[in-house]
Ligand binder design. Structure first.
Ligand code: SIN
Length: 552
């Protein structure tokens, strides 16, 4: 069934004739998923749109844990897939879990070939970490907790050296231009050079969305500021089906030091034996789950949230289990603690749950195809069904490279050669009035507070209805500010799906429906049309039809 668009919410920002000739393959986003896809597309010419200089805007750069892959002795891809399915609380797509686990070791070898210096022992075996809900030590790492930064540095060097990749830094994409159900190009804004309100259009033979997560929609997040979830709104407005938007993962151990975004204390610390204690000195996790601090992430996040709600502070205690090793083995955490004024060798680290990862996103199949012709999505912005209701730790970087490679293969084998442009220059097009930075900052602060307060770790119908009403009010005032309009629309999709799911499952916990309901063990698929129905609380859901990758 073709997704329908609501006339009221699907307003295109600035209509203009977008009929292109040949267009570039455009990748929006320059984190791990975007850069890996670009490299896998070589030698086809690819344009990467990056809002910030390479390496500065992407969550991947901040990943501490590493990449989960069954490369250890005694491990198997079947065990990895089974752990992924178990963590996902009943709605993981088993086929996707199997193929991602199966292709993991080959993608680790690809990363090695790009120069990623994974930690190895003297015999050349990978040094593997254990994280929550993994049955084996399986997380491949770099210099302890520097996996994200090291992987990104290697890929950035490879991209800079690749003649078929053009990177447009300092450009933000704010709308997809679709014609007759097929994406034809991207509208860009280059705030530094053109000023807000002036746009450029770049035609595309294929668009890959790789923009990361939605953390910046929340007041407390471990994600960088560009993780604004805008591409979900752009895709939804173009008619794409959005999957599982209500499933948001909160990391239980963001360092609680009034720093935005909140620095992360990696779960690998708990894998090494660090414990959680409250301000009474109680190790509260064991009373909640026999797995203690290594219970699934949603369980630990809710337990920490409950302590804070009782006005007891929560701390991560690394002193006995890790002690002085922390400085060398977890240099990123050590640096974060110093910034927060904490000595983790001698002191307790104050922690709180913070938005960390979005399991939901633009619905894609196992080639990264969305429900719109000409549009692919990879990495956190996509929802393949791998993560279900709760992502298994360190599966996100893995999904980024496995699906990035698959999308690249799909694009290169489905695009007619005559459609592929070669570094087509963006053209200026009419824009709207400039956004007012002060109004935007105030509205974004309000939006982030709404999401943390009402669409956070614990939700209920009253709070979600309040959130939807307030988000709609912000949306009404966002005319002319396309960034704010995109952020608000994505936030509404998350809140509406959370209202519709009347049960608790994985990262989605409803205090008014605290049990898991087996009859609701299925994924959510919504379009803009459904959003308005859900806001009126009468919503159908529909499974997506994946588009042919390219359609004339
Ligand atoms: C962490 O290091 O705790 C985060 C890893 C992940 O989110 O997969």
């Amino acid at each position: 069934m073709a997704p329908r668009q609501s006339r009221r919410t699907a307003t295109r920002f600035a209509p203009f004739n977008a009929k292109p000739g040949a267009g570039d393959i455009i990748i929006i986003g320059a984190g791990l998923a975007g850069l890996f896809t670009a490299l896998k597309l070589a030698p086809l010419p690819v344009t990467v749109i990056a809002a910030a200089p390479l390496g500065e805007g992407a969550s991947s750069m901040w990943a501490q844990g590493g990449i989960a892959a069954a490369v250890g002795e005694g491990d198997s891809t079947a065990k990895h897939a089974a752990d992924t399915v178990a963590a996902g609380a009943g709605i993981v797509d088993h086929e996707i879990a199997t193929l991602v686990a199966d292709e993991g070791p080959a993608r680790i070898r690809d990363l090695l070939s790009y120069g990623v210096p994974f930690d190895r022992d003297l015999e050349g075996h990978y040094v593997l970490s254990k994280e929550a809900a993994h049955s084996e030590k399986r997380v491949v790492r770099v210099s302890g907790d520097r996996a994200g930064a090291a992987i990104m540095q290697a890929l950035i060097a490879a991209v800079r050296a690749c003649p078929s990749i053009r990177v447009l830094e300092g450009y933000e994409a704010d709308d997809l231009i679709a014609d007759d159900g097929r994406v034809e190009g991207v509208r860009l804004i280059r705030p530094a050079a053109l000023g807000n309100g002036t746009y450029e259009f770049v035609p595309a033979s294929a668009v890959v969305l790789a923009t990361g997560g939605v953390g910046a929609l929340y007041a407390l997040t471990t994600n960088p500021p560009y993780a604004r979830g805008e591409a979900i709104a752009m895709a939804a407005r173009a008619g794409a089906v959005i999957a599982d938007p209500e499933f948001v993962q909160f990391h239980p151990t963001a360092i609680d030091a009034d720093i935005d975004p909140a620095p992360l204390a990696t779960e690998a610390l708990r894998g090494e034996g660090a414990t959680l204690v409250n301000s009474r000195g109680e190790r509260f996790m064991l009373a909640i789950d026999p797995r203690g601090e290594l219970a699934p992430r949603d369980v630990v996040a809710r337990a920490v949230f409950a302590e804070l709600a009782e006005e007891r502070r929560v701390f991560l205690d690394c002193r006995e289990a890790i002690g002085a090793r922390l400085k060398d083995e977890f240099p990123t955490v050590y640096a974060h603690c110093q910034r927060a004024g904490v000595d983790p060798v001698r002191d307790l680290i104050p922690v709180a749950p913070a938005e960390h990862y979005h399991m939901g996103g633009i619905a894609t199949d196992d080639r990264g195809r969305t429900s719109i012709a000409g549009l692919w999505a990879v990495g956190e912005v996509a929802s393949t069904g791998l993560h279900g209701a709760n992502r298994l730790a360190s599966n996100s970087l893995l999904e980024a490279v496995v699906l990035g490679a698959r999308a690249a293969h799909d694009i290169s084998t489905s695009l007619p050669a005559g459609r592929i442009g070669h570094f087509v220059e963006p053209k200026r097009v009419p824009g709207t009035r400039p956004a007012d930075p002060e109004l935007r900052a105030a509205a974004v602060a309000r939006l982030r507070a709404i999401m943390t307060n009402y669409v956070g770790v614990v939700r209920n119908a009253n709070g979600l209805r309040t959130a939807l009403a307030e988000l709609r009010a912000i949306q009404m005032t966002s005319a002319g500010d396309t960034v704010l309009a995109n952020m608000t629309l994505t936030a509404r999709l998350i809140a509406a799906a959370a209202l519709k799911r009347k049960e608790s499952r994985g990262g989605h916990f409803r205090s008014d429906y605290p049990e898991t309901d087996p009859s609701q063990a299925k994924r959510t698929f919504v379009t803009l049309h459904d959003l308005e129905s859900i806001e009126r609380s009468r919503a159908p859901t529909q499974a997506p039809q994946y588009a042919s990758g390219w359609r004339a």
